[in-house]
Design a protein around this ligand. Structure first.
Ligand code: DAS
Length: 326
C-alpha cells in the first residue's frame, strides 16, 4: 500500500531535552531523527521525512525563524505531504500556534506538539504526543482546520489554545471553548465544525515592534508614556477585567492611539473583553472612544502576534475585521 507522506520538524523544547550529566539541568540535544526513532509505529502509518530545524528552548524562538519554518512547511505540502508536524518547546506554543494559524494557507493540517517531561524522564510524554500529533496530521478530518496543538491526547485550535499551567502534565487548555477534538483509541475525533479561516499573506517587513504591557494596581505610566518615543509600531495592553485600565493610563492610551494601533485585551486568562458595558474613565467604552480596539476573545499574546503580522503586511486598518472574527 502506498503510504501517505508526513513531514516532521524538530525545533527543540523539553521534548528534545535531556541532561548531559547526572545532576545537570536538561538542555535541547535530541534531534528530530532521534525523536522519530522513539515512535517506531509511525513508519507503518506514513512515509516520514524528518528534519531538525533547530534545537532551542522555545523562549528563544523568534518571528524571523518561524517564517523560515513556515516556508519549510509550505515546501513539504507542495512536495506532497498530507500533513506537517512540528515539535517545539511548550512555553511559547500558544504564540507559535497563533502565528502559524494566521499564515497557514493549506487544506493540509499543520500540527504542533511538545512535551512537559523531558526525553530522559520516566513517563516522558514526548513520544506519545508525537504519535498523536502525527495521527492528527494524517487524518482526513483534520483538513481545512488550520493549525492544531496536540498535547495529552487533546487537540486544541491554534487561536484558542493557552498554556495554563507551568509544570502540570496536562498544561494546555482552550478557555471557554475547550479542546477542538481528542484522540480516542488512536482515532482523531473533532468536537466542532472547522473554524472560518482567513489566512494572511506573508508580512512584507519584519522589523516592526509591538509592545505588550500589563495593567497592574497602582502602576506607574513611565513605560507606557514612552512607547512612541521608543519607536514601537503597535501596543497591546493586558487590561484589568473586561479590558480596563487606570485613568492615568487612559490618557496615555488616547495619545498613543492617535499614532499607532492599540489593542486592549484582558489579563484574566479567560473570557472576552467587553464593548458596551462600562462607562468610567479607563473602561472599555472610554478606551474605544479614545481610539483603542478591544481584543475580544484573543488573549494578549495572540493579539500581539496578530498585530505584528498585520503591521508587517501594512494591513493594520484590517485589525477591526480580524478582532471581530475571534
Ligand atoms: N518549558 C519547556 C518546554 O515545555 C521549555 C521550552 O519551552 O522550550 O518545552
Amino acid at each position: 500500500m502506498d503510504l501517505p507522506k508526513l513531514a516532521i520538524a524538530a525545533l527543540g523544547g523539553t521534548v528534545s531535552m535531556q541532561a548531559r550529566h547526572a545532576g545537570e539541568g536538561v538542555i535541547p540535544t535530541v534531534s528530530g531523527e532521534s525523536l522519530l526513532a522513539l515512535v517506531p509505529e509511525l513508519t507503518n502509518m506514513a512515509r516520514v521525512t524528518v528534519e531538525t530545524l533547530g534545537l532551542m528552548p522555545s523562549a528563544s524562538l523568534n518571528f524571523e525563524f518561524l517564517l523560515s519554518v513556515l516556508s519549510w512547511a509550505n515546501y513539504q505540502v507542495e512536495q506532497g505531504a498530507v500533513g506537517v508536524v512540528i515539535t517545539q518547546g511548550t512555553d511559547t506554543l500558544e504564540e507559535t500556534a497563533a502565528f502559524f494559524d494566521y499564515l497557514w494557507n493549506h487544506d493540509a493540517p499543520l500540527v504542533l506538539t511538545g512535551a512537559m517531561r523531558s526525553a530522559g524522564q520516566v513517563g516522558a510524554d514526548g513520544p506519545a504526543n508525537l504519535l498523536d500529533a502525527s495521527r492528527v496530521a494524517l487524518a482526513k478530518n483534520s483538513r481545512r482546520r488550520g493549525v492544531q496543538v496536540v498535547m495529552g491526547a487533546e487537540i486544541h485550535h491554534g487561536t484558542t489554545v493557552r498554556k495554563t499551567d507551568s509544570l502540570a502534565l496536562q498544561a494546555f487548555s482552550s478557555p471557554m471553548v475547550g479542546p477542538s477534538g481528542m484522540l480516542l483509541e488512536g482515532t482523531v475525533h473533532y468536537l466542532r465544525e472547522p473554524p472560518r479561516r482567513n489566512p494572511l499573506p506573508l508580512p512584507q517587513q519584519t522589523s516592526q515592534e509591538i509592545a505588550l504591557l500589563e495593567s497592574t494596581l497602582s502602576a506607574d505610566s513611565l513605560l507606557l508614556e514612552n512607547i512612541l518615543e521608543l519607536g514601537y509600531d503597535g501596543l497591546v495592553i493586558a487590561g484589568f477585567g473586561a479590558g480596563h485600565v487606570s485613568d492615568q493610563w487612559a490618557d496615555a492610551v488616547e495619545k498613543i492611539a492617535k499614532k499607532i494601533p492599540v489593542i486592549i485585551a484582558t489579563r484574566t486568562g479567560s473570557g472576552p473583553t467587553a464593548q458596551s458595558s462600562y462607562g468610567f474613565i479607563g473602561s472599555e467604552m472610554d478606551l474605544i472612544r479614545r481610539g483603542a480596539l478591544m481584543a475580544g476573545f484573543l488573549c494578549p499574546r495572540k493579539a500581539r502576534i496578530l498585530l505584528w503580522l498585520l503591521v508587517g503586511g501594512g494591513r493594520q486598518d484590517d485589525l477591526g475585521v480580524f478582532l471581530a472574527q475571534d
